[in-house]
Ligand binder design. Structure first.
Ligand SMILES: [Zn+2]
Ligand SMILES: [Zn+2]
Length: 371
């Protein structure tokens, strides 16, 4: 259960006030924001850690639970944790207090992936109905560049486990007799110690069912579930990047009949585009001009992400590498939309006839160019 220590991630002491935590998060998040570090995987990872740490430590209730776990040594660095001191701004309890285990609030943790599972495996299972859900199902979804950038929907075929129709998920053959599982003595879970406290896992023999059948179900061979395909349509938020994760409630698998389905955690992978690429909130494309267009000026019709074409006036004497800005045709995020940058390339004719060579030499001489 080695997770990063959230206080270390934010660079604050474990007695930091809410204001100190917020300040540290703002400063670091700004520095490591993916938009400020396009294409930098390390920064993206750091940003994710910061978000996770902030999500937990900025919520008095989640922080309290986290501190408890940390003192038990569940996280890296937890061994050095000192007494139960709490920041001045941290209110014990709070509006979300009653009975809600951290990490099972859906989207909040889901956005940052994994953490919900860490929490739900540490805090006892079975305290809330959600905790009988199947574990979150992870999948990677490839998204075309345009959909990732502007937002949209992608259809996805998932390989999921559904309750077996023959045994309704029980794993026993029709008519089988049941006896108490000898492996777990009918508890359904096996405990093992780790870092000073015990973690429970479903019993491998009865698969958590507490009982075993005299004869396993012939359809699912006792597993209780069968593999099947399901079509889902995933909503892709605008400004999605490779590595962006979303958690979709109840779109995962159902492992036990009657139990609610688990969540689906989608990690997006953005397919590169042949024409466009992203730089923060801007969209960059390269457009080749020939010598005459660059030297004499021209008008260009440039494709935008929306699929429309915008007329761009290129002045005479435009140099290779120069960028022209088309306002408001970039990526939209939190109500802000970037621009499209058109970067000019200049192509040089590969072959000239001897007549053309003579004309070019003549030109060079009149312009005082050496060759
Ligand atoms: Zn068992
Ligand atoms: Zn079955």
């Amino acid at each position: 259960m080695a997770a990063k220590d959230f206080y270390q991630v934010l660079g604050v002491s474990d007695s930091a006030s809410q204001a100190e935590i917020k300040k540290a998060y703002r400063r670091l998040a700004k520095q490591h924001h993916p938009d400020a570090n396009p294409g930098n995987a390390a920064a993206a990872e750091r940003f994710k850690e910061l978000s996770e740490a902030h999500t937990v430590l900025s919520d008095a209730d989640k922080r309290k639970h986290y501190d408890q776990m940390r003192r038990l040594g569940a996280f890296d660095g937890g061994g050095q944790a000192r007494g139960p001191r709490q920041g001045a701004g941290a209110r014990p309890g709070g509006p979300r207090g009653s009975g809600s285990a951290p990490g099972v609030d859906g989207m909040e943790f889901g956005d940052f992936g994994g953490l919900g599972d860490i929490f739900s495996s540490i805090f006892g299972r079975g305290a809330r109905p959600e905790e009988t859900r199947a574990e979150a199902m992870e999948t990677v979804v490839e998204v075309p560049f345009r959909v990732a950038t502007l937002g949209g929907k992608v259809p996805v075929t998932l390989q999921v486990t559904e309750p077996c129709p023959t045994c309704a998920g029980s794993g026993g053959a029709p008519g089988a007799t049941w006896s108490t599982c000898p492996e777990c003595d009918g508890r359904g879970t096996i405990s093992f110690g780790q870092g000073g406290f015990a973690v429970s896992r479903p019993c491998p023999l009865c698969r958590g069912r507490q009982r075993i059948p005299s004869e396993p179900c012939p359809t699912c061979r006792g597993a209780g579930g069968i593999r099947t395909e399901r079509q889902v349509v995933i909503t892709v938020p605008s400004a999605t990047e490779t590595g962006t994760r979303v958690r979709i409630r109840g779109q995962g698998q159902t492992t036990r009949a009657g139990a609610p389905p688990g969540d689906l955690v989608v990690t997006f992978q953005v397919q590169p585009d042949r024409f466009f690429r992203r730089e923060g909130l801007d969209i960059v494309c390269e457009v080749p001009l020939n010598l005459a267009q660059a030297a004499l000026g021209t008008r260009l019709r440039v494709r935008t992400l929306d699929g429309k074409k915008v007329m761009l006036r290129i002045p005479a004497g435009t140099q290779p590498g120069r960028k022209f800005r088309i306002k408001g045709q970039g990526v939209e995020k939190s109500g802000v939309r970037g621009d499209q940058l058109v970067q000019i390339q200049v192509t040089v004719p590969e072959q000239l006839t001897s007549e053309q060579q003579d004309m070019l030499k003549q030109f060079a001489e009149s312009a005082g160019l050496t060759y």
